[in-house]
Ligand binder design. Structure first.
Ligand SMILES: *Cc1c(COP(=O)(O)O)cnc(C)c1O
Length: 507
C-alpha cells in the first residue's frame, strides 16, 4: 500500500507527457500550448483524486496507462464548441431555449457573402459617401408594409379587389367594428422601420424617445412579463417614462384611457398578451377605438406586438395573432415586434410606423447603443426578401407551420418502423404542436407524435440519454412516454434522429 506522497511521485510531469509519442503527435496537430494545458488539467484532476483518496496504486496505474486518451478528451472538451446544433423534437416551433427561429438558408448564405468580406453596410456606392445601415432593410419593409401588400395577409389567394378588413378577427377584444372605415384599409403613405437588438430594446427605445419625462397610459390587463425578465413596468421606468395604469386586470374600457389623459400624457401603449390569456368576464378596447382616441387627443399610439407576424396565420388556422399590417393599417402609429419570433429571422427588434416618430428614434443616442451588426442586417434582408418573393417555404418557421399533419404522420410512421425493436416500442398518437416564443398562447397545430417506451429505461432516463446524444435530441416527456413531434425536426434530420434513437435504446 503506497502512501499519498508516493502516489503523487508516480505522476509524470507535463514535459514527460509532451515527450510521449501519442501526446507529441497530438501536439503536432492541435498545438503545443493547448495540449500542454490539457495535460496540466488531466494531471491536476489525478492529483485531486489522489488527495481525496479515490486512487490507490492499481487504479492510478490504470489511469496512467490511458492518460493520452484522457488528454485527448480534455482537448475535445476545451476546443470543441459549446454552442451546438440540437434536434428540436418538442414540437414548439419558436422554442425560446433552443434559439427561437432557425434562420433561412439564404440568410446565412447572405451572412457568409457579406460578413466574411467588406460590404456597403454604411456606404452609398453611387454617391461614394457615407450611407445609413437602415436602408438595406427599410426598402423591403416599405414594400411589405405598403398598401398593396394586402395580399401578404392572404398570401396564395387571389388578391382582394377591396382592401381586406383590418379588424383583428377571432378575438373578442378585437372584434369591435372599426371606428371609421375611412381610416381603415388605408396605410399611411410613409411607414419606416428601424432595427435594434431585440423587441425589448425596441420598446425601450420607443418609450424613451416618445415619452421620457412624461406619462404613458397602459391597461392593467397588459402589464405583462415575457420570459427572460422583460416586464413592462420595469422597461417603462428604465425608459424614463412614468407608467399610468388604467382599468383592471380583466376589464379596461376606452373611457378609462380617456379619463387618464392629461397634459403630461405622451403616449398610449397597447401590449399584446403574448403568453397568457384572460378569459371570463373581460373587456379590452379594440385597436380601432384606441386609434380613434389617440387621434382625437393627439397622442401617439404605440403597440408592442411581441411576435408581429408578417404572414397571414389564418392560413394555417391560427386566428388570434395580430399581424403587423393589421395594426399599421388600423392606424396604430408605431408597432414594435421581434425578428426571431413569427417573422422567422434573426434576433432583432423592429420598430415600424410613422416616419416622423421613427426618425426621432433613429436620432436618439440610445439607438446607437442598441443598433445591430451587419450579420443581422444580412440575415434580415434575406428573410424579408423571401417574403417579398412570397417564397414562404424558404423561411423554416413558416415552412414548419405550413407542414400538413399528413406529412408528419408519414415521417413518424417511417421512423417508428425503423426504430421498433425488442427494447423500444414506438406508437403514433394525435398531438398538438405549439407556435411558442410568445405568440398566441393557445395557438396549436394538429400533429402526430411518436410516443416511445423503452423496456429497460424510464421515460425520464430515455429523454436524458437523448439529450446527451450527439447531436442532442430534445423531447417532451408525458405520462411515462417520451414524445417526439417531427414538425420541428427538419426532414433531413430524420436519418440521424433514427440513429440516435436506436443507439440510446441499445446501451
Ligand atoms: C417576446 C416579447 C417581447 C420581448 O421580445 P424580445 O425580442 O425577446 O426582446 C416584448 N413584448 C412582447 C409582447 C413579447 O411577446
Amino acid at each position: 500500500m503506497k502512501t499519498q506522497p508516493e502516489l503523487y511521485r508516480e505522476l509524470p510531469s507535463v514535459d514527460d507527457l509532451l515527450h510521449s509519442s501519442a501526446i507529441a503527435e497530438l501536439a503536432m496537430q492541435e498545438g503545443q500550448t493547448a495540449v500542454a494545458d490539457a495535460c496540466r488539467a488531466v494531471l491536476s484532476r489525478l492529483r485531486g483524486e489522489i488527495g481525496e483518496g479515490y486512487l490507490d496504486s492499481d487504479k492510478l496505474k490504470l489511469a496512467l496507462s490511458d492518460i493520452s486518451n484522457a488528454v485527448r478528451q480534455e482537448l475535445t472538451r476545451v476546443l470543441g464548441y459549446s454552442l451546438r446544433p440540437v434536434i428540436n423534437a418538442t414540437g414548439v416551433i419558436l422554442h425560446t431555449n433552443l434559439g427561437r427561429a432557425p434562420i433561412a438558408q439564404s440568410a446565412f448564405e447572405h451572412i457568409r457573402e457579406t460578413a466574411g468580406a467588406y460590404s456597403n453596410l454604411e456606404f452609398d456606392i453611387e454617391a461614394g459617401e457615407r450611407g445609413k445601415r437602415d436602408v438595406h432593410v427599410d426598402r423591403l419593409f416599405r414594400k411589405l408594409l405598403s398598401e398593396d401588400s394586402a395580399e401578404l395577409r392572404s398570401a396564395g389567394q387571389p388578391r382582394a379587389a377591396v382592401p381586406t378588413p383590418t379588424a383583428h378577427t377571432g378575438e373578442g377584444a378585437h372584434s369591435t367594428p372599426p371606428a371609421s372605415s375611412a381610416a381603415q384599409g388605408r396605410l399611411r403613405t410613409s411607414t419606416s422601420t428601424i432595427v435594434v437588438n431585440n423587441n425589448a430594446a425596441a420598446v425601450l427605445l420607443a418609450l424613451n424617445t416618445l415619452a421620457e419625462g412624461g406619462e404613458v397610459i397602459v391597461s392593467r390587463g397588459e402589464l405583462v412579463e415575457i420570459g427572460g425578465s422583460f416586464r413592462i413596468p420595469d422597461v417603462m421606468s428604465k425608459s424614463g417614462a412614468v407608467l399610468r395604469e388604467v382599468g383592471t386586470t380583466n376589464r379596461t374600457r376606452v373611457s378609462d384611457y380617456e379619463k387618464a389623459i392629461n397634459d403630461r400624457t405622451r403616449l398610449l401603449l397597447r401590449v399584446h398578451r403574448s403568453n397568457f390569456e384572460i378569459t371570463g368576464f373581460t373587456e379590452q378596447p379594440s385597436v380601432a377605438e384606441l386609434v380613434a382616441l389617440a387621434r382625437k387627443r393627439n397622442v401617439p399610439l404605440l403597440e408592442d406586438l411581441g411576435s408581429g407576424a408578417l404572414f397571414d396565420l389564418a392560413q394555417v388556422g391560427i386566428q388570434n395573432e395580430p399581424g403587423v399590417l393589421d395594426s399599421l393599417r388600423g392606424g396604430v402609429d408605431v408597432v414594435t415586434y421581434s425578428g426571431d419570433k413569427l417573422l422567422g429571422g434573426p434576433q432583432a427588434g423592429l420598430i415600424s410606423g410613422r416616419e416622423d416618430l421613427v426618425k426621432k428614434m433613429r436620432s436618439n443616442s440610445l439607438f446607437r447603443a442598441l443598433r445591430v451588426d451587419k450579420l443581422i442586417y444580412a440575415a434580415l434582408e434575406a428573410t424579408l426578401l423571401a417574403y417579398v418573393k412570397r417564397d414562404y417555404n424558404a423561411v423554416p418557421t413558416l415552412r414548419m407551420m405550413q407542414t400538413p399533419k399528413a406529412d408528419i404522420t408519414r415521417r413518424a410512421e417511417a421512423l417508428a418502423k425503423s426504430i421498433q425493436s425488442q427494447k423500444l416500442r414506438a406508437e403514433l398518437l394525435d398531438g398538438e404542436s405549439l407556435l411558442g416564443g410568445g405568440s398566441a398562447p393557445s395557438s396549436t397545430l394538429p400533429t402526430t407524435v411518436l410516443a416511445l417506451t423503452c423496456y429497460s429505461l424510464s421515460a425520464n432516463e430515455l429523454a436524458a440519454r437523448l439529450r446527451v446524444s450527439d447531436p442532442p435530441v430534445i423531447a417532451r416527456v408525458e405520462e411515462g412516454k417520451v414524445l417526439l413531434d417531427l414538425r420541428t425536426v427538419f426532414p433531413e434530420q430524420d436519418k440521424v434522429l433514427t440513429q440516435v434513437l436506436v443507439n440510446a435504446a441499445a446501451v
